[in-house]
Write a protein that binds this ligand. Structure first.
Ligand SMILES: [Zn+2]
Length: 1111
């Protein structure tokens, strides 16, 4: 082992940021990277009609690495290129879908005029759906019409969007990581059913008994088999129940069938089905003095379905007032309570949307169309607007004026996932190559050519849809217009007819006017005593030997262009020369961590195939070399610095994979103290727990972003390690953070390896810049996510993977018009894993409204919650947590009060009336308020809170949905002969039966709860033991048993795992066992141990807040 030092050349950090100014007017260039074929995306070359169907960026299928790799003798030299890993060879499994599975029309395949440039096969499949593209819209209107009794039903589908709180929380300079929807397919394990995250049909739950939706449970394609319920049929609202004795229709106005009242018990009753337009309403206690009695639905007090309910102490009245809300466990029980079955049910709303919207593709040709819920499985057909998989908005109808927006308090935000994976049935964005001249752009605002640009003067010029500036059409791009003013090549060009597409970037879009080199991956392994002793170091090294064959290839490359490098570290850093010509790897130690430098250039970053023997030898030797280490003091910042310097020296972007175990207390830059202090909770200093303890890491992150150095962090702590500080570089560089507390090989190995495999394999855009342009009248004002911003408009991302979302908030700067609507264009410039510079463009058009009712009719509550959670989670950095909670409650009360005042038909103030699209706002909001970040229980660690905060900030809407309101499935209702999942049930203990088993998932954990009275046979079938008492709650996987029930449950688990971007930890919970408290924490409709309100209580509280605002 030689130490080979080189002079530190003091590299200038703070390289120029890729700014948009540089992208103007592409001049020369446009050729491809030498040796980099167009891959993954189809190519569109000029006006020739024909798109190449790209290979769907599907996760590779690969068998889990086994120990079958021939481990060379430690330190022995293997011939370069020895096919040591041919069992995972490219011929068998690939990074990406096998060619045979992909339809690849030839480039010259004619494009069918008059249709959108989706693939031919896709078109044919869509044709089966029959109904016109407007079907969904009609349905939406229909639904809206039914539910908002007071809103003029003649109103067109416009919508509006209002605004966030006027007191805005100062933007944090940071952002956080999280991962994406469930559409990615990890390579390992049997997949089970198609991993679309929105697949399962839920048969009617107990709440929908009597609801005439006898729809068969839906479980994925073929969608064409599904039928919409007849649109003309009266659709019961979610709150209806079968007529029961004791129910009364208490003289309710026909237009408001579903009001629920909670006046004094004697007259309480539930509503029955009503054919008229239902309204979601709830009556709270009558306001003092006025309105002694109201017509309206009244609540049946106890179990409208004849269920026997246990006592529910402390219902209602738990709110002494806004100011105190949630800060303490509930005050004394109120005199009465609401029937939980009578208040809006998330399960029912999800079910209804699936039934109503899951059977037809969502066609994006209509402006301002609200997409199906994220929990609904649907296909998307791009006809000019970006798929909701890329962009979801809080509202699809924006108020025309700022005043109106402020009045409603509805935040206007878009949750954008620019590199989202699509299901295999959908076509990834086409790649458009305009050659040397590059993309066509507006002269003034630099917006990219898109379907909303208006060609004028016979096609010689075009008027920008964003800024109205008129730009000459370059001669090579000229085309005649047809009689409608549309270019005759409209359907031949993705950028004229589609919502999402890519441009090949010219050299003008590259740093230093030079096409980038392919990125590099550097694996940096903690070799401290803890890491070695737990078996972690050996595990990582073994895994890497095979995993390196599955680096992203950016489409159809035969082998990945990504180079790799290796570092180990404790108090010092060890670099490895793995040059292919070496007989065995060489280690170089850098002990001067205060002045980090990379001691070698040649041989540090290598091609995996060329250096395979040396790499394998190294990975064999590392666990041996440090087997006897006693070192427990670690450095951290110098590790990142080293990785950054290595990428700088290689002049490329890349990713660091850092595996780290403990608080970095060794003497070095970025050294940290243990400053954990749970006593700060509920004090004004609580926010410091979320803030980094030094700005050192923030400065380091800035340097990383400048280089395109993305940092992924795998943490294995046995105690506090200050996630809030260590995570700074990760979230500012767009990286991912994973945490395995008290890591144990036996129980955590599978989860860690699955996460690592997925993380290494997923497609990443490097050295990226995102800008969101808007049409006149609104502009992007605030951003949430894992990124860095050095100015107010450009979101800089050292890396952006397919799971990360960026949330953008908009505000008015002028009036909007109903005629022209509002437009968004998100442009992401990035370097693909193959080293190709690309621009990905997403366009979305929204409606604008002058009526508040139109705003409320076109909102998307799941997206609203995603935004509100991110807003609140950023707020805790600078405000007391209680202030943040109160602000959330206040904002939502204002949203609902504005609706009540301006949109609902006149009714007594004692009625709670919720907009149909927002009837789940209270229940979901309560889940956010009770979450570990905003209201931690005593068992939640400071690191966990920082970790969750960071994850949520990059979550997409599907992820926040299941994270805040977990999915709960009764396992004994599983139909072993059917692919469908059992119907989900509401997250409340009173819904659980002692004789049943349940599965609960929230994207991070899967619980299996076993009731004490579960049949012995089921226990035997699932756990392989003969009695309840023998079930081990330490198992991390279910035993593989050859019976239909076991197979079915395991296949459900596999399917759920495949939907999530992280491998969920399995926790077995036996009823009345000590772990049950952990499980109950996720029964989010119940009162929580940490003082969080039950759903019923919270709804009453919201009602009170709203009434105060109205009075
Ligand atoms: Zn413009």
């Amino acid at each position: 082992m030689s130490v080979n030092q080189q002079a530190h050349t003091g590299p200038p950090y703070g390289q120029p940021q890729p700014a948009y100014q540089r992208y103007q007017q592409p001049g020369y260039g446009g050729q491809q990277m030498p040796g980099v074929p167009h891959s993954q995306y189809g190519v569109y070359n000029g006006p020739m009609p024909g798109y190449q169907q790209p290979a769907p960026p599907q996760g590779p299928l690969r068998t889990p690495p086994t120990s079958g790799a021939p481990p060379p003798t430690s330190g022995a030299l293997l011939p370069v290129g020895q096919p040591a890993y041919n069992q995972f060879g490219q011929g068998d499994v690939q990074n990406g879908i096998p060619a045979s599975a992909v339809q690849m029309p030839s480039v010259s395949q004619p494009f069918i005029p008059g249709s959108t440039p989706t693939s031919i096969s896709q078109l044919s499949s869509f044709q089966q759906y029959g109904p016109s593209p407007t079907g969904a819209q009609q349905l939406t209107n229909h639904m809206a019409g039914m539910t908002i009794g007071s809103v003029p039903t003649s109103a067109a589908p416009p919508a509006g969007v209002g605004y966030g709180p006027s007191t805005s929380v100062p933007p944090a300079s940071g952002s956080f990581t999280a991962t994406g929807s469930g559409l990615y397919t990890p390579y390992s394990s049997s997949q089970g059913p198609r991993p679309a995250s929105m697949t399962h049909g839920l048969p009617p739950t107990s709440l929908s008994q009597g609801v005439p939706l006898a729809q068969p449970a839906f479980s994925g394609p073929p969608l064409s088999m599904q039928r919409l319920p007849s649109q003309g049929a009266p659709r019961p609202s979610t709150m209806q129940s079968p007529p029961l004795s004791g129910q009364a229709l208490a003289g309710l106005p026909a237009s408001q069938p579903n009001h629920l009242a909670s006046p004094p018990p004697p007259q309480q009753a539930m509503s029955g089905p009503h054919p008229g337009p239902p309204m979601t309403g709830l009556q709270g206690p009558p306001p003092p003095s006025t309105h002694p009695s109201q017509p309206g639905y009244q609540i049946q007090q106890n179990g409208s379905f004849g269920q026997v309910r246990g006592p529910q102490p402390n219902y209602g009245g738990a709110y002494p007032g806004t100011s105190n809300y949630g800060s303490q466990p509930g005050p004394p029980p109120p005199p009465k309570r609401l029937d939980p079955d009578s208040i809006p049910s998330p399960i029912q709303v999800i079910e209804d949307d699936r039934n109503n919207r899951g059977s037809e593709p969502f066609v994006t040709g209509v402006r301002g169309q609200v997409p199906p819920l994220v929990t609904t499985n649907f296909l998307v057909k791009d006809q000019g607007n970006a798929s909701p998989r890329y962009i979801r908005c809080t509202s699809y109808n924006i108020p025309c004026t700022s005043d109106m927006a402020k009045q409603s308090q509805v935040p206007l935000a878009a949750v954008i996932k620019p590199l989202a994976m699509l299901p295999t049935e959908e076509t990834p964005p086409y790649l458009v190559d305009h050659g040397e001249s590059g993309p066509i752009r507006c002269n003034r605002c630099k917006a990219y050519m898109c379907p909303f640009m208006q060609f004028i003067e016979g096609g010689r010029r075009f008027q920008c849809c964003f800024c109205s500036c008129v730009t000459e059409v370059p001669p090579h791009y000229f085309q005649h217009l047809d009689h409608t003013g549309k270019r005759v090549d409209f359907y031949d060009r993705p950028e004229l007819s589609l919502g999402s597409y890519e441009f090949l970037a010219t050299v003008d879009y590259c740093k230093n006017n030079k096409f980038p080199d392919p990125p590099a991956f550097i694996f940096m392994i903690d070799v401290s005593y803890n890491a070695v002793k737990s078996g972690l170091v050996r595990l990582i090294c073994e895994e890497l030997k095979s995993l390196l064959d599955y680096l992203p290839r950016g489409g159809n490359l035969e082998e990945s262009a990504i180079r790799v490098g290796f570092v180990t570290y404790n108090k010092v850093l060890h670099f490895y020369n793995v040059k292919s010509s070496l007989a065995q790897p060489q280690m170089m130690v850098v002990s001067d961590v205060a002045d980090m430098f990379v001691p070698l250039l040649d041989g540090f970053l290598v091609n995996v195939n060329e250096s395979r023997a040396v790499i394998t030898s190294l990975l064999d030797q590392i666990p041996e070399m440090f087997a006897d280490t006693r070192e427990t003091e670690m450095v951290f910042a110098p590790v990142i610095q080293a990785g950054l310097d290595a990428l700088k020296a290689a002049e490329c972007a890349g990713k660091l994979f850092i595996f780290h175990t403990s608080l970095p207390i060794a003497e070095a830059p970025g050294k940290l103290k243990n400053r954990d202090d749970k006593k700060l909770i509920n004090t004004d200093k609580e926010k410091t727990l979320f803030q980094p303890q030094t700005n050192f890491y923030s400065n380091l992150a800035k340097d990383c972003v400048a280089q395109g150095c993305c940092v992924d962090l795998f943490l294995f702590p046995n105690q506090y390690l200050d996630v809030a500080t260590l995570g700074v570089v990760t979230y500012q560089t767009g990286g991912s953070i994973y945490k395995y507390s008290y890591f144990q090989l036996e129980t955590d190995q599978e989860r860690f390896l699955n996460d690592l495999r997925r993380d290494v394999q997923k497609e990443v855009g490097f050295d990226a810049v995102m800008r969101v342009r808007t049409s006149t009248g609104i502009r992007a004002t605030d951003f949430f996510g894992a990124f860095y911003m050095s100015n107010t408009t450009d979101v800089e991302l050292a890396g952006l993977d397919c799971d990360k979302t960026i949330t953008v908030e908009f505000k008015h700067d002028d009036k909007l018009s109903e005629d022209s609507g509002a437009l968004l264009q998100c442009a992401l410039l990035y370097t693909s894993s193959a080293g190709q510079r690309r621009l990905r463009i997403h366009n979305l058009s929204l409606n604008c409204c002058t009526q508040l009712a139109d705003l409320y009719r076109n909102c998307e509550t799941d997206t609203l919650i995603n935004y509100l959670a991110k807003y609140a989670y950023r707020g805790v950095l600078n405000n007391p947590v209680k202030t943040v909670r109160d602000a959330l409650i206040n904002q939502c009360a204002q949203i609902l009060a504005c609706y009540r005042k301006n949109c609902a038909s006149p009714s007594s103030a004692g009625q709670l009336i919720l907009p149909e699209c927002m009837k789940l706002l209270p229940v979901y909001l309560n889940c956010v308020l009770k979450s570990d970040v905003l209201q931690p229980g005593p068992e939640v660690s400071t690191d966990d809170r920082a970790y969750i905060r960071q994850l949520v900030t990059s979550m997409d809407v599907a992820e926040t949905n299941v994270f805040f309101y977990p999915r709960l499935l009764p396992l004994t209702k599983v139909d072993v002969d059917n692919d469908a999942l059992p119907a989900a049930i509401r997250n409340s203990e009173e819904r659980l039966s002692k004789g049943d088993m349940y599965l609960l998932e929230n994207g991070l954990n899967i619980f299996v709860w076993v009731g004490v009275n579960v049949q012995q046979g089921l226990i035997q079938n699932l756990f392989g033991v003969s009695s309840f008492s023998q079930i081990s709650n330490t198992m991390s996987t279910l035993p593989i048993l050859e019976n239909p029930f076991s197979k079915k449950v395991r296949s459900i688990m596999d399917m759920l795992q495949a939907q999530r971007s992280r491998y969920m930890k399995l926790i077995i919970v036996k009823q009345e066992d000590k772990f049950e408290m952990l499980f109950k924490h996720f029964l989010v409709e119940d009162k929580s141990m940490s003082g969080g309100a039950s759903y019923v209580d919270f709804l009453c509280h919201m009602h009170k807040e709203i009434r105060q605002l109205l009075s």
